[in-house]
Design a protein around this ligand. Structure first.
Ligand code: TA6
Length: 306
């Protein structure tokens, strides 16, 4: 079956030398984009960007060596799409963590090289019997991934039903860094955040830069700031821009939580930092009938010593 899916995708969407299709980890259908000087991998499972790299550099996205690639499991790393809720479902904790979008099979709607030379992929997700058990609304999710010198993501939700609905969303991006203990994060200085690390509470962050010395799981609401990750050992910065996003989440599991995750190696925690573009908690979005909302994340990098 996966072979037939890949063959059909090739037939319909392949762009020789730029966009190909193969069976990725665990024979899960994968889109392979090569647009010099960059490359990217995207799985139809969760419309999940798992890899993005500039030639001659190490990948910008972290992907756990123990990530699972199974239908009912999220991929650990890259850019999981959290939708239509963030964290545990508030009505029913037995529902999937972070919603069902990241464990759904998305449909590829379009592949194009646009006038800027970038490669643009369009994927979509609509309800199925299973999702309706979790979220009894009619919707269309459209996800546009634009790959070039930057990586740009646009997640659009449209209410196609006959009643308003409210949702949360997050592009839960795992950035690859050299060592969290030597990494700095700029952009959130002076902001209010709620920590989910015990004892939970709401605080005001000190002035930039944010340094990391322990488990960090912070939700910044009513915050539209662009963030910059500074990775001195990696000699690079990663700029995380956003639009139509009023929440940012910053997460590193540190030692104990890393050990508790079966799809994450004990030694991987220094190598990743999540800076998530989101609309969660008070920033959840309500769509009237026929209304749409699009959230954007833009990832750019440059050499630090330039
Ligand atoms: O975004 C941070 C967070 O909500 C953490 O609390 C942690 O649960 C993380 O997401 C990963 O969640 P996952 O369900 O992917 O293991």
């Amino acid at each position: 079956m996966p072979d037939r899916i890949v063959a059909a995708l090739r037939e319909k969407f392949e762009i020789e030398n730029f966009v190909g299709f193969d069976l990725g980890v665990n024979r899960v259908p994968r889109i392979v984009v090569t647009i010099p000087p960059c490359e990217a991998h995207i799985y139809l499972h969760g419309a999940h960007v798992t890899h993005y790299r500039h030639r001659g550099q190490s990948p910008l996205l972290f992907l756990s060596e123990k990530s699972l690639f199974q239908n009912d499991k999220p991929i650990r790393g890259g850019i999981p799409i959290c939708w239509p809720w963030f964290g545990p479902n508030k009505q029913n904790p037995s529902f999937p963590m972070h919603g069902f979008a990241r464990t759904s099979m998305w449909e590829l709607q379009g592949v194009a090289q646009i006038p800027t030379g970038q490669i643009e992929l369009k994927l979509s997700l609509t309800p199925n019997e299973q999702s309706k058990n979790f979220f009894p609304h009619d919707f269309v999710l459209d996800y546009t991934i634009t790959i070039g010198d930057t990586l740009e993501l646009a997640l659009r939700a449209t209410n196609t039903g006959d009643q308003p609905f409210t949702y949360e969303e997050a592009l839960h991006t795992y950035f690859a860094i050299s060592d969290i203990r030597k990494t700095q994060l700029l952009g959130l200085g002076g902001s209010t955040y709620t920590t989910k690390v015990a004892p939970p509470g709401t605080h005001t962050q000190g002035p930039d830069p944010l340094l990391f010395t322990a488990e960090t799981d912070s939700v910044y609401t009513n915050n539209t700031a662009e963030c910059t990750i500074i990775d001195p050992p990696g000699d690079r910065t990663i700029v995380v821009g956003k639009q139509n996003s009023n929440s940012t989440i910053v997460w590193n599991p540190w030692i104990a939580k890393a050990k508790a995750m079966p799809d994450f190696s004990d030694e991987e925690w220094p190598k990743m930092l999540c800076v998530e573009t989101a609309n969660v908690w008070d920033n959840a979005i309500t769509l009237a009938l026929g209304q749409s909302h699009t959230m954007y994340q833009r990832i750019a990098t440059r050499q630090l010593s330039q």
